[in-house]
Design a protein around this ligand. Structure first.
Ligand code: ADP
Length: 364
């Protein structure tokens, strides 16, 4: 018998023992009162005075007392046994839950318990199953994330090593072009490691923002101006429209420019030459300051839109990787904006373009 069952059974036993004892004592008292009520005075006197009837009256009361005590003892035994069965029945789901919890603690995250009732224990079982499912999902995500990290880090390393080995073996000459491509792989590796560090710091709540009061319109115009060179190189027209009435905002400038850099470099990467990118910064009464980056690029299908903010998710893995995409850019954007208590979202029409927006609340 486990400890809870033992405690409940002993509790049942004590309660039934006390109630039986009280019943016997009360019954004796009540019986005497009833006797004098129904047979006032003379009955008891007559009974006691007449030796023969006095003896039988005394024995009658004695027999009655013994019957009470025996009935009390039998009912204690019966209530103890039925109490024990009830305890076993009540504690069975708790025992199942406890075994399932032990199996989960030993690493079997697929463990679930059957929900048989809709009482408190049934609700506990539902919560337990929800918790187990979420643990299993988190574990799967963790494994997938680790596998992705290994894969992503190995890729540029392998490419750079192969090129270096080819040079060492004299298969290719160490030309400027070769060295440049090795440098690009190393740059990609560096970016990946920085992105990974940011992601894990943010996920653990250790990414601290250095928020400063910022004149947001001028700040945004400067970021867009800095990116114009990249857009112009590809023949893309990058314009910016900023509502001058935007109030001062408390933001981490470095992190917000990282967000803008990710969104703008994505837009440039996915927009063909001759296309257009428009950055709009406006005030929204409910959401605060809303920034959007709209392009006339390839666009994203509805099904993909839900997933692009996930870590390592790429719509076209091979194309993204070859153009330097790590699949972490939007995941970082999401986390950095969330750290500013803001929201980020995307709208898109495949073939026509995409619009990525984020909001930062204005705090008084
Ligand atoms: P990456 O570093 O590979 O670009 P991101 O997390 O920044 O990773 O983006 C995830 C995916 O979302 C990309 O693989 C890309 O296919 C898609 N994407 C992001 N921005 C755009 C955009 N402006 N236009 C079209 N697709 C985009």
């Amino acid at each position: 018998m486990n400890r809870l069952s033992k405690k409940l059974t002993i509790a049942f036993f004590i309660v039934s023992f006390i109630s039986m004892g009280i019943m016997v004592l009360l019954a004796r008292g009540i019986f005497n009162i009833m006797l004098s009520f129904y047979f006032p005075g003379e009955f008891m006197m007559n009974m006691m005075m007449t030796p023969s009837t006095g003896v039988s009256a005394e024995r009658f009361i004695q027999a009655l007392n013994i019957s009470y005590i025996l009935a009390g003892l039998v009912s204690i035994v019966i209530s103890f046994l039925s109490g024990y069965l009830v305890v076993l029945f009540i504690t069975r789901p708790i025992r199942e839950l406890s075994k399932a919890a032990e199996r989960i603690a030993n690493g079997d995250l697929s463990e679930r318990v059957r929900v048989k009732t809709d009482d408190e224990i049934g609700k506990l079982a539902i919560s337990f199953n929800t918790m187990a499912a979420s643990l299993e999902q988190t574990e799967q995500n963790r494994k997938a994330f680790h596998a992705d990290i290994v894969h992503e880090l190995r890729n540029p390393l392998t490419v750079a090593r192969c090129r270096l080995e080819a040079m060492l073996d004299g298969i290719v000459s160490p030309s400027k072009q070769e060295l440049e491509s090795i440098n690009n792989e190393l740059l990609l590796l560096t970016r990946l490691i920085t992105d990974l560090r940011d992601i894990s710091l943010a996920a653990n709540g250790q990414l601290k923002l250095q928020q400063q009061e910022t004149k947001f319109p001028t700040f945004m115009i400067r970021i867009v101006e800095e990116t114009k060179i990249l857009a112009n190189e590809k023949g893309i027209l990058l314009t910016c429209s900023v509502d001058p009435a935007i109030p001062k905002l408390k933001v981490d400038r470095e992190r917000v420019s990282q967000v803008m850099h990710n969104l703008l470099s994505n837009a440039i990467r996915h927009t063909p030459g001759g296309g257009r990118i428009v950055v709009e910064v406006k005030n929204d009464r409910e959401q605060g300051v809303v920034v959007s980056v709209q392009d006339t690029g390839t666009g994203i299908s509805e099904a993909e839109l839900d997933k692009i903010f996930e870590r390592f998710y790429r719509v076209d893995p091979s194309r993204s990787r070859s153009s330097g995409g790590s699949g972490l850019g939007l995941a970082i954007v999401k986390q950095l904006i969330q750290l500013h208590d803001g929201k980020v979202w995307a709208e898109s029409q495949p073939g026509k373009g995409s619009k990525f927006s984020f909001s930062i609340p204005v705090k008084q």
